[in-house]
Design a protein around this ligand. Structure first.
Ligand code: EPU
Length: 351
């Protein structure tokens, strides 16, 4: 570890200031108290390069953070947190059918969705009201209400954290899968996403197959982008915690995939088991249902709890610690394993 003088002496130069002992509470959607030993924000590739190329910075571990909507700190972070604040939206191509836009990774996700809907650009509307920043969307291939962001991503621009060279990934290069991408696997922690390029349609094909979405949209009147966005927001508000009021990271667990044998066993014991057939041999089971069956929905211990309307979401009612949330998650995982023989994977990154 370099001494304090070393790192903060960077503040003398023209690179973004490195602050010390910065509370991360405002930077994560869980709203949990944790301190970054060092913290700096960057608003462009040059600032990021300057920060990463400084030998002093490379002496401590660095964590790139966007909106902090998928992260749980269980202790203080002893390295340098780099907050991605790259903004801007640029139209790269446009014709009667479609538009290609390049968006800074530090833009707010839902503001982007709202903007696209107002422009009449289709593709992101089902992903309304998801907390976080644009740069996080390809990392875990965010998805909701029958849509996944991979279906609109054309390219992802990144910076190699070590060589500082720019590297662009096509949609295929990103190896997208359910809540998964190359940036979460082989390239975990190795690339900084600077911009995301989206291909959106001006001739929308609406996607209303998920659950009650169709009904909720039609209750609003015409089927159009604005009403789809509003319907998704309404459904999310009913089921999920209000991001500005209750701390959470959305789904804490991923929905598990089981093989046919396991699926048959589960259905014979639980004929009402909801599931989604992925292919001939595999089924996706809602983790929220499994957790709910075991009576955890609405459970609360101090300020750590399970959301009363969606058992997949762990919440911080105010002053829960990361440890408390993590311990609750561990107990839930064990209960699901003991009862159903299923190992739940965390969707949230636990640090
Ligand atoms: N269910 C229960 N009890 C619960 C929760 C769900 O019985 O407490 C049942 C529901 O009745 C339904 C099924 O489980 O039959 C699926 O529930 P839901 O439609 O709410 O979706 P989910 O699979 O639990 C996923 C995403 C959410 C996304 C919704 C809607 C994951 C891990 N989660 O949840 O994503 O909003 O679908 O598309 O895939 C997120 O990733 O942060 C997130 C909120």
């Amino acid at each position: 570890m370099p001494n304090i003088k070393n790192l903060t002496s960077l503040n003398m130069s023209n690179i973004p200031p490195v602050k010390e002992y910065v509370s991360l509470k405002p930077y994560t959607s869980f709203g949990i108290e944790a301190t970054a030993r060092y913290f700096a924000a960057f608003s462009g590739e040059d600032e990021l390069k300057q920060l990463l190329s400084n030998p002093v910075c490379s002496e401590v571990p660095a964590l790139i953070m966007g909106g902090g909507s998928n992260i749980l700190f269980t202790q203080d972070y002893q390295g340098l947190v780099l907050h991605n604040n790259i903004r801007g939206l640029e139209i790269l191509e446009e014709n009667e059918q479609s538009v290609v836009i390049r968006v800074g990774a530090g833009e707010n996700w839902d503001e982007l969705v709202g903007y696209c809907v107002r422009q009449g650009w289709a593709g992101l509307e089902n992903l309304s009201y998801i907390p976080g920043q644009v740069g996080a969307s390809p990392i875990q291939n965010i998805g909701a209400y029958g849509a996944e962001v991979k279906d609109t991503i054309k390219m992802v621009h990144t910076l190699n954290r070590h060589s500082l060279m720019p590297l662009t990934y096509s949609n295929a290069d990103c190896e997208f899968d359910y809540r998964q991408s190359i940036f979460k696997k082989q390239l975990r922690g190795k690339r900084v996403i600077t911009h995301v390029v989206f291909l959106l349609s001006k001739k929308p094909r609406y996607n209303l197959n998920y659950g009650t979405l169709n009904v909720t949209v039609r209750q609003k009147g015409a089927v159009n982008l604005t009403n789809i966005r509003q319907a998704v927001i309404d459904i999310r508000r009913q089921k999920l915690p209000e991001p500005d009021e209750t701390g959470s990271a959305g789904s804490f667990f991923k929905n598990p995939v089981v093989d046919q044998n396991k699926y048959r066993k589960l259905v014979s014991n639980h004929p009402d088991l909801p599931s989604y057939k992925l292919n001939k041999k595999h089924y996706k089971i809602p983790a929220g249902w499994l957790i709910d069956q075991l009576g955890w929905k609405g459970y609360r211990e101090g300020d750590a709890g399970v959301h009363p309307n969606q058992a997949l979401v762990l919440v911080n009612y105010g002053n829960a610690t990361g440890r408390q949330i993590y311990e609750l998650a561990t107990r839930i995982r064990k209960a699901v394993r003991d009862h159903f023989g299923i190992d739940l994977d965390y969707e949230v990154n636990i640090l």
